[in-house]
Design a protein around this ligand. Structure first.
Ligand SMILES: Nc1nc2c(c(=O)[nH]1)N[C@H]1C(S)=C(S)[C@@H](COP(=O)(O)OP(=O)(O)OC[C@H]3O[C@@H](n4cnc5c(=O)[nH]c(N)nc54)[C@H](O)[C@@H]3O)O[C@H]1N2
Ligand SMILES: Nc1nc2c(c(=O)[nH]1)N[C@H]1C(S)=C(S)[C@@H](COP(=O)(O)OP(=O)(O)OC[C@H]3O[C@@H](n4cnc5c(=O)[nH]c(N)nc54)[C@H](O)[C@@H]3O)O[C@H]1N2
Ligand code: SF4
Ligand SMILES: [Mo]
Length: 747
């Protein structure tokens, strides 16, 4: 880009920063003078966004110094949730927090301290390091809802998760429960361009979305019925001979068992379960299998279907495998962990957590794949084949709903403290009322956030956190990709904000971990991570200045050189020995959606509509950005989608406030009456709370009022037996209009 302006002469530095308002992690150029950001724009040289920023990225300066930001460490003075705080120093806050955690460890054991995280936004390896050295196995995120079940099941079957998709030669892409048109704009942009060149797009989504509009085929399936569809695709691909016989013969194990298993799952069988015609099921399976090479892009919908999630993900993995769409040019690639830089896992100090403490991880007895039993097995396998292992943070976690229940019941043992960083569990975890009760009940809680969220409001301490412009960032797909993207700090943290890294480090040092935190700043830690790359930079900043990212050269079909895949048999295990050893079915068995009209006719009489509680929508990111009028005006109130036929049946008109109720409770949103969803389907928006209202008990800025997670289910029997994933999509609900008096009281 050519400019007729001499920045240097004007004393303006151009810093290579990023946006981290979602994990597209777009590159940003920040124009900085006297440690103040004057302006930002998308970095044209950054590989993902190539200069673009979405409406969230563009308001970074409003976020940076918004009057509602938490800027100083706060200690609660009133009753919990009363909204009374005093400002104290970081040293005092950390001393007091460390003393309290030490006392809890002494009295109840280290496992009585848990940590909660959200989606990848900060240096979570540092939190894991802290927890391992402290001795607690009870760190968790809502990773159970977001990619991690996919990663673990795919790794069990294929030896790694094929999450890197190679679109260079691809002829067909399946967007299965993914809507990049609202959730990943840089990708959607890319896909639209490729479609002009002939790429076929199949979208599987109960809603007609921004993405469906750009697709060759749209499959509006019943929410939660993805497993039935995936099994029927397997049937079509196998029984119409559309699989890749050479790949299957040479590189897969268990094809005979799989073929026998899916014989029963015909498109006709799937028709009433999925609400899709057998013809459309056949046509779509053929389109994917016959347009090779092809991709199945990860979408979060399958990770949120409770007990049916694991089998659905498993079946999707097998579709890719039998069509040979693995690790070949234009298909989904098995890149493995980076052998070139220090991975997040190597920063986590997992070896310091004793076997005795690992065995205490809450949920590990029930949901074995995302906890120590499954993770250890996968890590051992991965180490043998790749030489390194996946990140434990995310892949190996306590089961969140079980931890919230343990706080309330003391079963299996008391959980007394919760350290919350980069999440707002009241709005993003399942069964919000249960979560809220647990947060009200827990003895001691600390929250690190930018804002006074409903969760922060219930804390004993709230600590001010530095955002993307005030800190350096490295991202590498939850620490599991073979590439990394790096950004530098544009300015020093404003006010008394600090990085999450410094919170964990400084707390650790106070709890006897001094020798284990040699890197004083995040930049020091990052320099350590990138040093083996051999770019020869003296500082992290210099690396970003000159290099900015590291992408290794792609190597296709590594299994040819490596003598197979990273599974116990060295083959893609269509019949999975890893899942079998953990006590699960080696093949994906059909189970209906958590709540459905066929298995639960009585329930369906009371709750006759089919509910899905999630989808990303602009301009918000989960429960964030509702404070900022410059984006809020784009979508100022919560809306759910309902078909005109169903709306008419219930006397509901566009814009009416409506209660949506499940067995767990009710919440209200406004009606968007639209043909985008089928009759009987209700799709709600997620994340909603109202920062403009008082942040005080009992309302806490309306944190339950329009919060779709009031409706979701986290009962053990509704969770996926492999991963513990709870149920957000594929539930039953009823609806009724909010009467006008209620509406006045509510607002
Ligand atoms: N019903 C339903 N529930 C869902 C979903 C759904 O589709 N339906 N989606 C699920 C998915 S995919 C995900 S990923 C989760 C997301 O769940 P969360 O990650 O909990 O989502 P947010 O509500 O965005 O909360 C993030 C919080 O972290 C703060 N924050 C942002 N960056 C930082 C940082 O660097 N440091 C610190 N300390 N704080 C930071 C923000 O201000 C915000 O308060 O929600 C899940 N919940
Ligand atoms: N604007 C915006 N962008 C985001 C986020 C955000 O909150 N807002 N969050 C970020 C995060 S953490 C993530 S994980 C990604 C996720 O991004 P995506 O993978 O695109 O996931 P979602 O948008 O949650 O849901 C995708 C689609 O699933 C559909 N769906 C609902 N129920 C079902 C079902 O039962 N089956 C199928 N097949 N589809 C169903 C929804 O209608 C929706 O269009 O987005 C990221 N980007
Ligand atoms: S919020 Fe927008 S600009 Fe920021 S990283 Fe995500 S897509 Fe990029
Ligand atoms: Mo997510």
């Amino acid at each position: 880009m050519k400019r007729n302006f001499d920045f240097e002469q004007e004393g303006i530095q151009v810093k290579k920063s990023c946006c981290y308002f979602c994990h597209q992690n777009c590159g940003v150029l920040a124009y900085v003078k006297d440690d103040k950001v004057l302006a930002i724009e998308g970095d044209p040289d950054f590989p993902t966004n190539t200069g673009g920023l979405c409406c969230r990225g563009n308001i970074a300066l409003l976020h940076l110094d918004h009057p509602d930001r938490v800027n100083y460490p706060l200690r609660r003075v009133g009753k919990r949730g009363e909204g009374k705080w005093e400002t104290i120093s970081w040293d005092q806050a950390l001393d007091e927090i460390a003393a309290k955690l030490g006392q809890i460890r002494e009295e109840y054991g280290a496992e009585a301290v848990a940590t909660a995280g959200g989606t990848q936004r900060t240096d979570d390896w540092a939190r894991r390091r802290f927890m391992n050295l402290f001795g607690s196995p009870n760190g968790f995120h809502n990773s159970h809802l977001c990619w991690i079940p996919t990663f673990m099941i795919e790794t069990a079957v294929c030896g790694w998760s094929p999450f890197e998709i190679d679109l260079s030669y691809s002829r067909c892409i399946v967007l299965w429960g993914q809507n990049p048109g609202a959730s990943n704009m840089p990708e959607m942009h890319h896909l639209s361009e490729l479609r002009q060149k002939g790429l076929k797009i199949i979208t599987i989504d109960p809603r007609f979305t921004e993405t469906a509009a750009k697709s060759d085929l749209w499959l509006p399936l019943r929410p939660g019925s993805d497993l039935a569809l995936a099994l029927a695709w397997l049937h079509v691909i196998i029984y119409e001979g559309l699989y890749d016989p050479v790949f299957v013969e040479n590189y897969c194990e268990g094809f005979g068992e799989l073929a026998n298993h899916v014989e029963q799952y015909t498109p006709e069988w799937a028709e009433p379960l999925t609400w899709l015609s057998a013809d459309l099921i056949r046509e779509s399976a053929r389109m994917y299998a016959m347009n090779k090479p092809g991709n199945i892009q990860w979408g979060v919908a399958m990770d949120q279907q409770g007990r049916a999630s694991g089998a659905a993900i498993h079946a999707r993995t097998l579709i890719r495998a039998i069509t040979g769409n693995l690790d070949a040019p234009g298909s989904d690639l098995l890149t493995g962990p980076s052998l070139e830089f220090i991975t997040d896992e190597e920063m986590e100090a997992n070896e310091y957590l004793s076997e005795e403490q690992k065995a205490k991880q809450i949920g590990a007895d029930k949901f074995k794949l995302l906890t120590w039993p499954g993770y250890s097995k996968i890590a051992e396998m991965s180490k043998k084949y790749w030489g390194k292992v996946p990140t434990a943070e995310w892949m190996c976690e306590a089961h969140p709903p079980s931890v919230f229940r343990a706080i309330l019941s003391g079963d299996p043992y008391p959980v007394k403290a919760l350290l919350v960083s980069a999440t707002n569990p009241v709005n993003s975890y399942g069964e919000s009322k249960l979560v809220l009760d647990a947060l009200r009940e827990v003895d001691f809680m600390v929250t690190c956030d930018y804002w006074m969220t409903p969760t922060a409001a219930l804390s004993d301490y709230v600590l001010p956190i530095a955002g993307a412009l005030e800190r350096p960032t490295i991202t590498s797909s939850y620490g599991c990709s073979d590439f990394l993207l790096a950004s530098q700090r544009a300015i020093k943290p404003m006010y008394e904000r600090r990085n999450d890294y410094n919170f964990w480090r400084d707390l650790g040092i106070r709890l006897g971990q001094k020798d284990m935190w040699p890197w004083e700043t995040v930049e020091d830690a990052y320099l350590h991570k990138i040093e083996p790359l051999g770019y020869g930079s003296d500082s992290y900043d210099e690396f970003v200045e000159y290099w900015r990212f590291h992408f290794p050269e792609r190597q296709y079909q590594k299994y040819l050189d490596k003598g197979g895949f990273g599974t116990p048999s060295g083959k893609i295990e269509l019949y999975s020995s890893v899942l079998k050893d953990l006590g699960y079915s080696p093949l994906p068995e059909y189970v209906g959606p958590v709540e459905n009209e066929i298995d639960h006719p009585e329930l369906a009489e009371e709750y006759p509509l089919v509910l899905s509680t999630g989808n990303g929508f602009m301009p918000f990111h989960h429960s964030e950005h509702f404070q900022i009028p410059d984006v809020r005006f784009l979508n100022s109130e919560p809306y759910f989608q309902i078909n005109p036929e169903t709306a008419e049946e219930y006397g509901i008109e566009e814009g009416d406030w409506v209660w949506i109720e499940t067995q767990r409770g009710r919440m209200k949103q406004k009606a968007d009456v639209t043909q985008a969803v089928a009759p009987r389907v209700i799709i709600t928006q997620r994340g909603w709370w109202f920062p403009e209202r008082k942040m005080k008990e009992p309302d806490l800025a309306g944190c339950l009022e329009s919060n779709t997670n009031v409706l979701t289910s986290t009962r053990d029997e509704d969770c996926c037996p492999l991963s513990g994933t709870w149920a957000n999509r594929g539930l039953l609900c009823k609806i009724y209009k909010v009467d006008s008096t209620e509406q006045k009281e509510g607002n």
